[in-house]
Design a protein around this ligand. Structure first.
Ligand code: PLP
Length: 437
């Protein structure tokens, strides 16, 4: 891929001639160390298939260009893969038309996107944002506003702190509200005191949830959870769990709020994971990642009218939430998901991939604890004495980019349009990588 920037000189050299080491030095010296990227690999662009990426990789003789299967899809943010012709062509055309305008003047894309969102999500109203964590921050505000007005046993408002119950090991993003919802000590380190009013319970434990409702009787405004815990290692709840929690919320006049930022947009073979569990419509849902087809950060808080209408002008806003390009891409993403019959594809391919991964896992009973997953969201959990980061490195050596989460889980979540050939490469790479572990 040649762009004007490739030939642009930084540090006295066209960027295209920088070695991987030079890139890494710039990352390490100048960037806050918030990630630990694989050091010997540099992504150059999309590959020859939508589910492939082209990389430069260090070898003992220097650097070589090669392709990897992208089995992470930017944590589920890239549904159609890289270089999708429809998305690329339309985004290019759109950018050629205009840059952006603020939300204080109407434009012709937001209304149609919201109508399409309503059809797709079955929710009443929408508050667009850019990142997932922003959608969650907006959800916390919505919960608090609702709690002050309609929360509590008598529905006349919670007078003191309105409590939000979240799950242990959850992931909700990096804003301070999202951080307060999570119990991971590294995430919270040096940030306390965090926003008050959050209580964590173990995921998939109805009794623990019941006990919390008893302990904070009349003070609980909402339960806020991921329907499937993705970062925690693709943890799938029992069939009744979410239904029982939703029932508890109803009985206690609390909102039932789902973070579907990773699980939404067909990743599980349903438009949204909540549809897997025979639930009533949630009160609020947060969405992000795949909403922008991987090319653009697009997120949204969706909810029931009586909650969402508590937002008012100047009380909340965003420069890029719902800006013309985001609205256009948001609309295009839903259109393409429906047109390409993605749900059917995800169900068939997800079943195939999981079965094949399970077959491989059977060959390594001493190393693999379990393969779990649904649709195109699959986790391979290895036994605690083995190192998930090493397994990810092995996968790269065998041509696949997949990433460990929580040390012992390898997350496999490729673009949902992946073909058999790509899935077979993931399966054989896992086989070889487990053998090398
Ligand atoms: N919620 C969930 C379930 C996520 O998986 C993520 C990101 O991985 C987020 C929220 C945060 O999204 P973002 O990184 O776009 O802020």
């Amino acid at each position: 891929m040649n762009t004007i920037i490739d030939a642009y000189e930084v540090n006295g050299k066209p960027i295209k001639d920088w070695t991987i080491k030079e890139h890494n030095e710039a990352l390490d010296k100048l960037g806050a160390r918030i990630y630990k990227p694989f050091h010997g690999v540099l992504v150059l662009g999309g590959g020859t298939k939508p589910y492939m990426i082209k990389v430069r990789k260090e070898t003992k003789d220097g650097e070589k260009e090669m392709e990897l299967v992208d089995a992470l899809a930017c944590y589920s943010a890239v549904p159609f893969g890289h270089r999708d012709p429809v998305i690329t062509e339309n985004v290019n055309k759109f950018i050629a038309q205009m840059a952006t305008i603020p939300r204080s003047i109407s434009h012709s894309y937001l209304g149609p996107w919201q109508v399409k969102l309503q059809e797709f999500t079955q929710m009443d109203m929408f508050l667009p944002k850019s990142s997932g964590t922003e959608a969650n921050e907006a959800a916390i505000k919505a919960i608090r506003k609702w709690a002050k007005n309609y929360g509590g046993r008598d529905g006349k408002g919670i007078k003191g702190t309105p409590y939000i119950i979240t799950a242990k090991n959850a992931f909700h993003g990096r804003g301070l509200g999202s951080t307060a919802m999570m119990d991971d000590p590294t995430t919270r380190k040096d940030l306390e005191p965090l926003m008050p009013g959050f209580e964590q319970v173990p995921f998939n434990d109805v009794e623990a949830m019941e006990a919390k409702f008893k302990e904070y009787d009349g003070e609980i405004a909402a339960v806020f959870i991921e329907p499937i815990q993705a970062e925690a290692g693709i943890l799938i709840p029992d069939d009744n769990y979410l239904r029982d929690v939703q029932k508890l919320c109803k009985e206690n006049n609390a909102l039932f709020v789902l973070d579907e930022i990773q699980t939404g947009y067909c990743r599980t073979g349903y438009n949204f994971a909540w549809q897997l569990y025979d639930l009533e419509k949630p009160d609020l849902v947060t969405l992000g990642k795949a909403m922008g087809s991987g090319g653009l950060p697009v997120s949204c808080l969706c909810g029931k009218k009586e909650i969402m209408e508590l937002f008012e002008p100047h009380g909340e806003g965003s420069t890029f939430g719902g800006f013309p390009l985001a609205s256009f891409v948001g609309l295009l993403t839903i259109h393409e998901l429906e047109k390409r019959d993605i749900i059917k594809m995800v169900r068939e391919n997800g079943k195939y991939l999981k079965e094949k991964l399970e077959e491989v896992a059977k060959n390594y009973p001493e190393k693999v604890k379990e393969v779990r997953g649904i649709g195109m969201l699959i986790g391979v959990e290895i036994k605690p004495q083995y190192d998930g980061h090493k397994l990810s490195l092995n996968m790269i050596e065998h041509g696949v980019y997949a990433k460990e989460t929580h040390d012992t889980n390898l997350r496999i979540a490729p673009p949902i349009v992946i073909e058999r050939e790509g899935m077979d490469k993931i399966v054989s790479a896992l086989d070889a990588s487990l053998a090398d572990l």
